[in-house]
Write a protein that binds this ligand. Structure first.
Ligand SMILES: [Zn+2]
Ligand SMILES: [Zn+2]
Length: 282
């Protein structure tokens, strides 16, 4: 399948699609929309590969999200079966992920990074920052060893996130760089990531945030990818509903308006960017 669009960051293997995952994936593929389904901890990384194995046009990533480093007081029922394991504390175990990352459908390491928005309230702030930074550095080294790009999750932490990435690049790590997904930083943040060789990826927030639209307008098309981050963050006109990969087309339409380009041009350029960045096999 040569896709017309690629949802570069989705979680179609999460429990939110427990009853209809295959239909959701097929609905998207039938529209010519491929996807990269992103792992967030040991269990969901493994599951992402199992799902990617089943479909032409679906790829996976493996990694440990900062929300899974500490026991959290909030719970995400989309990710887990409510009533089963509510929260889990994990450390990044290179031995475990080593087996996963060699799978031909695994195209990146992540998502991981710094999230100071969802800080657990029961852990000392300095400890949270220290643990998130350590897990980030471990996964940077891991991605470097396996020559994969990274999927960076960063919320309210762009100064330190940039510093960590810059240091890695200066040390000769991350030859394939990475993408800062669900971008919600400033224009200045975006520009320095791009200068470092990173991509910027926009979610459905682009469809309703003037600020994010203003940033997207200024950035070069060659550095932009689009994603749903489903099941979260449904774009307009589906706000408030469960998100799904096929909705990435709404984000492409808005991006076309912002850039004064046709939908087709935006689809072609962002798909090309994704294929090159992730080195997708067609
Ligand atoms: Zn994320
Ligand atoms: Zn995500």
């Amino acid at each position: 399948m040569y896709p017309q669009l690629i949802d570069t960051h989705t979680h179609v293997h999460f429990a939110a699609y427990k009853g209809d995952m295959d239909e959701v994936i097929k609905r998207s593929l039938d529209e010519g929309i491929g996807m990269i389904t992103v792992g967030t901890q040991s269990s969901t990384s493994k599951k992402a590969i199992e799902v990617a194995e089943k479909y032409d046009g679906v790829w996976a990533t493996v990694g440990l999200h900062p929300s899974h480093l500490h026991k959290q007081e909030f719970n995400d029922d989309n990710e887990f079966d409510p009533g089963k394991i509510k929260t889990r504390t994990e450390e990044f175990d290179p031995e475990y992920y080593r087996e996963l990352v060699s799978h031909p459908k695994v195209v990146a390491v992540g998502e991981f990074g710094l999230d100071f928005y969802h800080k657990p309230r029961n852990v000392e702030e300095s400890k949270v920052i220290e643990d998130q930074t350590a897990a980030t550095n471990l996964q940077i080294d891991f991605a470097t060893e396996f020559n994969k790009p990274i999927v960076v999750h960063c919320r309210d932490a762009h100064d330190l996130q940039y510093e960590v990435l810059k240091r890695a690049v200066d040390e000769g790590k991350l030859p394939r760089r990475g993408v800062v997904h669900c971008f919600t930083g400033s224009l200045e943040d975006a520009r320095r990531y791009i200068e470092l060789g990173f991509m910027i990826s926009f979610t459905g927030i682009l469809t309703f945030s003037d600020e994010i639209q203003r940033i997207a307008k200024e950035l070069p098309m060659e550095s932009i990818m689009i994603e749903t981050d489903a099941p979260y963050l449904s774009p307009a006109p589906n706000r408030g509903k469960r998100n799904e990969p096929s909705f990435v087309k709404h984000i492409a339409h808005v991006l076309a308006d912002i850039k004064g380009m046709s939908y087709k041009e935006v689809a072609e350029q962002t798909t090309k960017n994704a294929i090159e960045f992730f080195q997708l096999d067609m």
